[in-house]
Design a protein around this ligand. Sequence first.
Ligand SMILES: Cc1cc2nc3c(=O)[nH]c(=O)nc-3n(C[C@H](O)[C@H](O)[C@H](O)COP(=O)(O)OP(=O)(O)OC[C@H]3O[C@@H](n4cnc5c(N)ncnc54)[C@H](O)[C@@H]3O)c2cc1C
Length: 382
Amino acid sequence: MAHRIVIIGAGIAGLATAVALQQRDYDVSIIEERTDTSTGAAISIWPNALAALDELGLGDAIREAGGQITAGALRWRDGSWLRHPAAETLIATLGEPLVVVQRSSLRDILTAAVHGGTIEYGLAANGLRANADGVQVRLSDETVREADAVVGADGIGSMVARHLNGPLAHRYAGYTAWRGIASYAMDLELAGGTLGPGVETGHVPVGPDRTYWYATERAPEGRLAPEGELPYLRTKLAGWPEPIPNVLAATAPADVLRNDIYDRAPARHWARGPAVLVGDAAHPMRPHLGQGGCQGIEDAAILGAFVERTTDLATAFARFASYRRPRIASLVRESALIGRVINLRPAFLSAAATRASVLVPEAMFTRHLASVAARSAFVLPA
Ligand SMILES: Cc1cc2nc3c(=O)[nH]c(=O)nc-3n(C[C@H](O)[C@H](O)[C@H](O)COP(=O)(O)OP(=O)(O)OC[C@H]3O[C@@H](n4cnc5c(N)ncnc54)[C@H](O)[C@@H]3O)c2cc1C
């Protein structure tokens, strides 16, 4: 009989992991506490994650659903170029264009790829107990689900991560992020980011007539702009170079999200016996590399490869954790470092440090980018 695996969480990592395990004939169910998993704004899917999605048979569906980005322009807030790589350089570095897709499309494609009836919505997993036969998952409807193994794909506040590690401190990083989608066809040449003292913005096409944008800024935790988030940003970024003012003008208030950015203490244990963590549950990271979701997708494809090699799930999980840790640890460190530099105070220090990054030679920059986000950066275990 097929092994039964319960996945907790139907986010990117949980859904992708279900696809990988069902492809190997595991009997999978996903427990998701939300009843409404609708999600706004967009997400960058870098070629490393496209390669992982190809393993899951979903790469082309994502490529078709999103905008393909061949520019990686980085400018200062006065419009001057910090970096302006040629499209051919970017594609040669990454192996193919980066794709930016609406989160709702990504969720729909992943959801359609799992077997019907796999996801049980509106049910929270409240506790776990491992025993000689596998695990018991205690659910919010007072029932207990028995399984051979459990995958914690339950995000930054993961119950499964706490089960494996004890309490994990959660701390506000000191800044907030806005995201939105504009009904605006931007100049493809300007796809990338624009930086200013203490402020990072990004703007990339999601298809021919829509632009995904984001902005980050230091702010007290939990603060909301009294005049509304969009009016605040339109005023704050009014003097910035295009496409920023046009993009903000073409955004509807309902299409703007604001999230404070948090760090969580690293989880020492990603796997023990019949339990394993994937995605943000294992390794939350700040958003500056656009790799959090991409690494959740890599996790799924690589966990699938490990469980294919042995029917002993505990062994597969332990091997998965040791294999993934080194790559992800460096991405967590680097995304935190970028966030700290951009948000340095006083702001002139952040401006000096950010502008100095332009001094990194192009060849070194592209080599590093390839190691993070190229197709070749996704490596299945030998
Ligand atoms: C501003 C911003 C921009 C970003 N941009 C990018 C980007 O461009 N590219 C990129 O790759 N990444 C990006 N990320 C990161 C990315 O969004 C996350 O890494 C990714 O969504 C995490 O997916 P996940 O499935 O691991 O966790 P989550 O999305 O947090 O999903 C966890 C799921 O588990 C459910 N859950 C939690 N606890 C329980 C429980 N006890 N019982 C049942 N269900 C439970 C939750 O309801 C949720 O549905 C960005 C993040 C931010 C904040």
